[in-house]
Design a protein around this ligand. Structure first.
Ligand code: UDX
Length: 464
């Protein structure tokens, strides 16, 4: 892979405006995709909402100016922060105010030296396609979640999968049979999340008009589903969007730039990891949104302690009060470091990390798989339940920590899963699998790999 060479050797006159849904798990992959476009000589502008723009902290080993990405804002109608918890109300306001402010931005950029040719918009914001089409621009929808998960949502949208689910298992083209609890939570329990249910099903409302359908996945990872979906739409897998510097040893001295909506209180975790031996640390994180029940936090904390391994645990500030204080008073907890946010890619790429206890957000799953880190899957909601199924049964890159009474994963289950991965025979097999996937992921984004070619084709489409 030689992205630096790409920058020098290719220049095209096209300009892509990218519009993420304003949460961490959606900003990250679109920002990384923007970097890839820039490496192909395309100009990229990332439009975030005003509130996100004001909350952004860059974690950078390189200045933003090195990035060659422009940052602009549009409004979701909540410039001072979201004052509604009703997701449907939020989406409707965003649609109304966002359509207008996106159109104003496109008009402003039209008068610049490089007008916009294409809008890449998050699948949760389908109205952006209508705006792009009003201006005669190429419109490409960007899915941050897997093809498998979106196959489920598509079948619900089409009325081909009727809710509430009545059969014991769900059988859909190219997917393994899914138990009800392995379908996304918005599908097995739509009444608990009416707004989110509307959001995921509405992704397909105008998709037939999209010029391209992009997925942060790679062909080899979901090949049968890609081939099935290609019969419906012009699908292009462009992932994993993990930056090249983490995938290619030759680039390890290169610089990176990322955007975070949280600022770590301190910067200790990498130096803490530096002191540990190869593969000895359990990394624990539940992403940017999940709220864990206090009882689950306690069981997890005890499970980590009982595993007797070093651990680095991300507990966001909003979750801190749930930590079981009784444990911290004990000396035995000294093997752990708790931080409120960390540079996750650098952590997963660190030699001392041996496994990842994760909620199976799709970014975290793809990042771990691309960096060769086995997973203990503890899905919470949304697509994570289906991702966890794939982690264990389809890709063989981890084990599920199964909940017991009251839906809580008990301490002995956490302990056993960690020990199994870090010390057991099954762990060895899983490590072999994850290395196989890591290599395939690297190939996909290397020059001439499946995702790299797809990005080239996208860029060529813009130039023509
Ligand atoms: C949510 C859904 O769970 C996910 O499946 C969907 O694809 C996007 O929206 P989230 O719960 O935040 O995302 O999880 P995840 O997809 O894993 O994204 C979290 C991102 O934040 C990752 O890119 C991860 O690297 C980053 N992160 C997380 C950090 O940089 N530091 C941290 O301490 C924790």
């Amino acid at each position: 892979m030689d992205h630096q060479k790409d920058i020098r050797s290719s220049y095209n006159n096209s300009h892509v405006l990218l519009l993420p849904y304003p949460t961490q798990g959606h900003i990250n992959p679109i920002l990384q995709f923007a970097k890839r476009l820039v490496s192909k000589g395309t100009k990229a502008t990332l439009a975030t909402t005003t509130f996100v723009h004001n909350s952004m902290h860059a974690t950078a080993t390189a200045p933003a100016s090195n990035l060659n990405i422009d940052f602009e804002t549009i409004s979701d109608g909540y410039d001072r922060g979201r004052s509604t918890t009703e997701i449907k109300v939020y989406l409707q306001t965003f649609r109304h105010v966002g359509s207008r402010t996106l159109a104003e931005l496109i008009m402003r950029l039209r008068d610049s030296s490089r007008p916009v040719d294409a809008v890449v918009y998050d699948a949760f914001l389908p109205w952006a396609l209508d705006v792009a089409k009003d201006f005669g621009l190429v419109g490409a929808v960007f899915f941050t979640q897997s093809l498998a998960v979106n196959t489920v949502y598509y079948h619900v949208h089409k009325g081909l999968l009727r809710l509430p689910l009545s059969d014991k298992t769900v059988s859909l083209p190219t997917l393994p049979p899914l138990e009800i609890s392995e379908t996304p939570s918005f599908v097995y329990s739509p009444e608990s999340y009416p707004g989110f249910y509307y959001m995921v099903v509405n992704q397909f409302s105008n998709i037939d008009r999209a010029d391209l359908v992009l997925f942060n996945s790679f062909h080899e990872l979901e090949n049968k589903t890609v081939e099935w979906m290609e019969k419906l739409w012009p699908v292009k897998t462009i992932g994993p969007t993990v930056p090249s510097i983490y995938l290619d040893e030759r680039l390890e001295n290169d610089k990176d730039y990322n955007i975070n909506l949280w600022k770590p209180k301190d910067d200790t975790c990498i130096s803490w990891l530096n002191d540990k031996s190869f593969g000895t640390v359990v990394y624990v994180s539940f992403g940017s949104l999940s709220a864990i029940e206090a009882e689950q936090m306690r069981e997890l904390a005890w499970g980590l302690k009982r595993s007797n391994h070093y651990f680095l645990w991300v507990v966001r500030e909003s979750e801190e009060t749930k930590l079981p204080l009784e444990l911290f008073k004990q000396e035995a907890f000294e093997k752990g470091l708790i931080v409120n946010w960390c540079p996750q890619l650098a952590v997963l790429a660190h030699k001392s990390v041996g496994c990842f206890v994760t909620h199976c957000g799709f970014n975290s799953t793809l990042e771990a798989l691309s960096l060769g880190v086995p997973l203990v899957a503890m899905p919470q909601w949304t697509d994570q339940t289906t991702n966890a199924k794939y982690v264990e049964d389809v890709w063989g890159v981890g084990i599920r920590a199964r909940p017991g009474e009251n839906g809580i994963v008990r301490r002995e289950v956490v302990e056993n899963c960690i020990k199994e991965l870090m010390e057991g025979e099954k762990g060895k097999e899983i490590k072999k699998n994850v290395i196989k996937w890591r290599d395939l992921a690297r190939e996909a984004v290397s020059q001439g790999g499946s995702s790299d070619k797809n990005i080239d084709e996208f860029v060529a489409k813009l130039s023509s």
